[in-house]
Every structure is written in structure tokens, then in C-alpha cells.
Design a protein around this ligand. Structure first.
Ligand code: GLY
Length: 365
């Protein structure tokens, strides 16, 4: 991690006063430091189900002694660059205008700093740009053209993120939307095999009576010292209104880290997390002593309790959408839960290499 001029001045003043502080630590005597319930179980990384390569890379780096934020960002960079994952980075599904707009944020426990970018076009690694917002500016969030200009200034190369597969899926979506516009449903014969597979297996993408999904990757990690970090990155809600920003670039919604307690992040319907700041809630539940899995379930319960709009409820009152959480605490315990299950999440460390484990859940479909 870089030292800023501000950090330098603060530590200089502290040292001069004989009260040298760890970077980012408050001096207040009321600062509550939670006891760690058991020794740190070694480095652990957790991620959404699409994050198995991410946790594998993150664990490798954590075992080499990397900073936890370096580890999780290097992990999700693999998924951002994968054109077959149509929910993240390069190859992500576009907005309603056929333009890929990416959201991401990250948070670093030891310094309690964070950064994010929203509605960023033209760069496959929004998580790297988010990290630079954190490190190189006094701001937490840059959006749209400002985020683009910032990325260019720091040497990121602009490229077209819309793959043939994502473009064809978008064309199919546009053709399926209405019988009163002039677009017909395209013939899929010439489509890429991946586009055909996604169209065949995901009817909910194209028919308005089904809620559309929002894939994403979140990765949270704790290192061998109990230091924490998290990152979330996404192409957001498929075919969203241009300019729509989800939870993924918003600290507290798409992820949250408190280095005394734990880290949590989320995938699924971003609007639900924006209205409940649920990743923050999950970390607060861990602060109150809940295990990561119990805390993730508490986050799911809060969303369901607050989901009072009829248009977002099934006839029995249950939500029409899903949200999932992933969490690690300072002790190296980890967990995941979603509103609807069953489902799986990715984990590496805590006695094993990268693997999928079952998520806890509140409801079945
Ligand atoms: N959770 C991702 C999104 O809603 O954009």
C-alpha cells in the first residue's frame, strides 16, 4: 500500500507528539477492539460461485504474504478478463443500449479506506480503477465519464468490452421485448455456441414476467495476521437502463470491511442492497458475535422483511429475486447465505484448496 502525503503528515504529527499510531487507527480511547474468538485459522478467501479461480489466486498470494487487497483484486481480475462470464468485466452483458457499463468497489481493512467506480465504460478491470480511486484520490467514488477520464489518465487502455456472444444475447433480448416495436426476434442459428447456450438456459433474461438477474463477483479475504479486504465487480443488471448503478460500487451495500471484525460482500439484486446497506449490516452482525453464516442469513432476513412492495413479491409474499452474501471474520471463520437456495459459494484456505461449499439459505423456490 502506498503512503499518501496526508498519511505522512498525520504519522509525522503523531510521532512528534509521542503518540505514533498504526496507519489509519484512531487514537480515541473508546475505540472498541473485539477479542478474536479463536486464533486466526490462516488465510482464507471466499467468493461467489463464479469465483473459484479468484479464491485460488487470492489464497496463493495470501500464502506468499501479499496484502489482502492485492490478493482479492488479483483474484477477481481473472474473472473480469474471462469472456465466458457474462456477468463481469470483458464479455459482460450490456445495458439496454448495448453498451457495457461496469461497477466495482474495494475496501482495505488495515487502512479503512475504500474506492469505487460506477457506470464505467471501456475498461475490463473496473476493480483496478476502483483501487486507484482509493489510493490516488481523496474521493471514494467516481462515475461515468469522470471515471473513464481518470482511468485513461492512469494509463488504462480503452477497449470494446462487448463480445459477439454478449452482443447477440442483447440483440435477442431487444427482439423479445415488444410486439409493437420494429425489432423481430433474431434467428439464433448463426449465434456463438455460448450465446445459444445462455439463451436456451435462461428464459428469465428475456421475458418481463420473470425478474432479470444480476451476476457479479465478490471476493473477501483475511490474511494470516487477521487483516481483511474485499472487492466486488460486475457488469450489473442485464439490459439495465443506461446509467443505472447497482450496489457493487457502493461501500456498505456491495461490500463492507471493518478490520476489527470481518468483511462481507454480496451478489444478486443490487437495489435490495442499496435499500438495506446489507453488507454493512452483515459486518455489524458479526460484530455482535454472530458467525459469518448467521450474519449472512441475518442480511437475507432483513431484505425479506423490508421487501414490502407487491410488485417484488410472489403471491405468497416471498421476494421475486435473490440476494447472496459472503463473509469472513477476523478469526478466519467464513460463510455464505442467500435468500433462495440451494446454491454454492467458492472458498480457499481454512484447511483446503479452492472448492465449492453449500450456502445456507432462507427459502426454496
Ligand atoms: N449486484 C449487482 C447489481 O445489482 O448490479
Amino acid at each position: 500500500m502506498k503512503t499518501t502525503r496526508r498519511d505522512f503528515l498525520v504519522s509525522g504529527v503523531s510521532a512528534a507528539a509521542g503518540t505514533a499510531l498504526a496507519p489509519g487507527k484512531a487514537a480515541a480511547s473508546w475505540r472498541k477492539v473485539l477479542p478474536v474468538s479463536r486464533p486466526v485459522a490462516g488465510p482464507v478467501a471466499v467468493a461467489s460461485g463464479n469465483g473459484q479461480p479468484a479464491v485460488a489466486r487470492a489464497l496463493e498470494l495470501l500464502n506468499e504474504g501479499s496484502d489482502p487487497l492485492d490478493a482479492v483484486i488479483a483474484g477477481v481480475n481473472i474473472v473480469e478478463a474471462d469472456p465466458d462470464d457474462v456477468t463481469v468485466g470483458y464479455g459482460g452483458l450490456p445495458n439496454a443500449d448495448g453498451v457495457v457499463q461496469l461497477d466495482s468497489c474495494c475496501m482495505h481493512g488495515p487502512t479503512h479506506r475504500g474506492g469505487g467506480v460506477a457506470a464505467l465504460e471501456g475498461f475490463r478491470h473496473p476493480s483496478k480503477v476502483a483501487r486507484l480511486v482509493m489510493e490516488e484520490t481523496d474521493h471514494v467514488l467516481l462515475v461515468g465519464q469522470g471515471a473513464r477520464k481518470f482511468a485513461l489518465e492512469y494509463g488504462f487502455e480503452e477497449e470494446n468490452l462487448l463480445t459477439d456472444t454478449a452482443r447477440q444475447i442483447w440483440l435477442y433480448w431487444r427482439g423479445s421485448q415488444s410486439e409493437i416495436d420494429d425489432y423481430l426476434v433474431p434467428n439464433t442459428e448463426e449465434f456463438t455456441p455460448r450465446a445459444k447456450e445462455i439463451i436456451e438456459n435462461n428464459p428469465s433474461l428475456f421475458y418481463p414476467e420473470e425478474p432479470r438477474s444480476a451476476g457479479t463477483i465478490n471476493c473477501c479475504a483475511v490474511d494470516a495476521n487477521g487483516d481483511l479486504a474485499a472487492v466486488t465487480t460486475t457488469s450489473g443488471l442485464f439490459f439495465k437502463i443506461p446509467g443505472r448503478v447497482g450496489d457493487s460500487p457502493i461501500v456498505g451495500a456491495g461490500l463492507y470491511v471493518d478490520n476489527d471484525v470481518g468483511a462481507a460482500g454480496s451478489t444478486g439484486r443490487g437495489e435490495a442492497n442499496l435499500l438495506n446497506l446489507t453488507s454493512f449490516l452483515v459486518v455489524e452482525e458479526m460484530r455482535r458475535g454472530r458467525s459469518p453464516t448467521e450474519a449472512c442469513l441475518a442480511g437475507c432476513r432483513r431484505i425479506v422483511e423490508n421487501n414490502i412492495e407487491k410488485r417484488l413479491q410472489k403471491p405468497n409474499g416471498d421476494p421475486t429475486f435473490n440476494v447472496s452474501f459472503y463473509a469472513v471474520n477476523k478469526a478466519g471463520e467464513y460463510g455464505s447465505a442467500s435468500i433462495y437456495g440451494p446454491g454454492r459459494f467458492a472458498v480457499a484456505g481454512a484447511g483446503g484448496d479452492e472448492r465449492h461449499e453449500d450456502r445456507a439459505f432462507l427459502l426454496t423456490r
